[in-house]
Design a protein. Structure first.
Length: 82
């Protein structure tokens, strides 16, 4: 899967706006980009987030602990890489 520019841009922008100590939920990105059908895009948004993590641009956490690689089940958070 190649990185989708709009999704990647939205993830990076949200992470930058939140700052280094806060995170965002992938659903927030999906809702902003695909308001009426955001649920159907959740896997796509999560996939792009993991691609950005592989590139060292963001960190993905679950229950406050960093996680790497897919598949990760359950809720995740996306933040700036410190």
């Amino acid at each position: 899967m190649s990185v989708k520019p709009d999704i990647a841009k939205a993830i990076l922008q949200s992470a930058a706006e939140r700052g280094a100590l806060k995170t965002t939920c992938p659903s927030e990105i999906a809702r902003a980009l695909f308001p009426s059908e955001w649920r159907s895009h959740m896997d796509e948004v999560r996939g792009v987030a993991f691609q950005l993590q592989e590139k060292g641009q963001v960190v993905i956490t679950q229950k406050g602990m960093p996680v790497t690689g897919e598949p990760v089940k359950g809720p995740i958070r996306i933040g700036l890489k410190l």
